[in-house]
Write a new protein. Sequence first.
Length: 88
Amino acid sequence: MVPLGYVHVADTFNARIQTFTDAGVFVKTWGTLGSGDGQFMMPAALAADGGGNVYVVDRTLARVQKFGPAPVPVAKTSWGNLKARYRE
């Protein structure tokens, strides 16, 4: 469970995140396929902080995006292409 009583699930097959209440009630699906803000190619891991912000790791795009608190997450920032560091 993450702060504010929401559970976020990375759906790697559909390149999206699903949000549920801590009781398992579906709230919403967010994110679309792509490489822009709020988009994913393969969301692989999630974390949340005490303020309810959600961090999504995208394995294919090798980046982390930070979203505002649920249930209406908004992309706040991202840290991009980590693969570039390992190509040297």
